[in-house]
Design a protein around this ligand. Structure first.
Ligand code: AMP
Length: 224
């Protein structure tokens, strides 16, 4: 395993992107950057960005780029991401964001874009049963809850249902995914950066599949 990588994981909400990005970031020793987690932290801290973003997030709408891009630019400019790379989760979600990302990363390029493929029927069930830690973002479900009374096994935070995991917001997010995010799959495959990975199965099975596919696809980087 060669540490360091610039990865994006695309996929519908509920495809398991968050869980798999955490695992990939541990494997490749890279930061996990989730725009959803960053926005939820801003909401919790009641920053100006958080106050603006809440109404979009709760309705399942996309937060406007002018709010999001400077937040991401600051994160990507930090030493850890410049030096080692990242596993980007929840960004880009539109063609305009994908183009902006190439600009933010220059002179570096993405190594691999993964499309984590899971049928819609399956993600609907996963989203309805999903529960998350308000502090560290760890994912649980009503079928696999934390060991003690909705207290996070990892950090002791409270484990709750996300405010945007309502039926209306889930439907809106899946519509937006089809309209805005799914076209990115052909956009990235035209530049030979995309690999499709089957996201069905246990988390361990999916992680093994992802690592195999990434290692196969990854071009050796200069100096490594
Ligand atoms: P996620 O945790 O990735 O499902 O994101 C939760 C919510 O944050 C989304 O439904 C959007 O409202 C907002 N959000 C996260 N990432 C983006 C993005 N790349 N563009 C616009 N809005 C985003």
């Amino acid at each position: 395993m060669v540490p360091g990588a610039r990865l994006i994981v695309l996929g519908k909400q509920g495809a398991g992107k968050g869980t798999q990005c955490v695992r990939l970031s541990r494997h490749y020793v890279i930061p996990h950057i989730s725009t959803g987690d960053m926005l939820r932290a801003a909401v919790k801290q009641q920053t100006d960005l958080g106050r603006e973003a809440t109404r979009y997030m709760d309705a399942g709408e996309l937060v406007p780029d002018e709010l999001l891009l400077s937040m991401l630019d600051r994160r990507l400019a930090q030493d850890d991401t410049r030096g080692r790379g990242f596993c980007l989760d929840g960004f880009p979600r539109t063609a305009a964001q994908a183009e902006a990302l190439d600009g933010l990363l220059a002179p570096f390029e993405l190594d691999v874009v993964i499309n984590l493929e899971v049928p819609t029927k399956l993600v609907l069930g996963r989203l309805a049963s999903r529960r998350v830690c308000v502090d560290c973002g760890a994912n649980y479900s009503t079928f696999a809850p934390p060991k003690v009374d909705w207290i996070c096994d990892i950090c002791g935070g409270e484990v709750v249902q996300r405010p945007d995991d309502t039926e209306a917001a889930i439907t809106r997010r899946l519509d937006l995914y089809e309209k805005e995010t799914a076209p990115l799959i052909s956009w990235y495959s035209r530049s030979n950066r995309l690999i499709g990975v089957d996201g069905e199965g246990s988390p361990d099975e999916v992680t093994d599949r992802l690592i195999r596919a990434i290692d196969e696809q990854r071009r050796p980087r200069a100096g490594e």
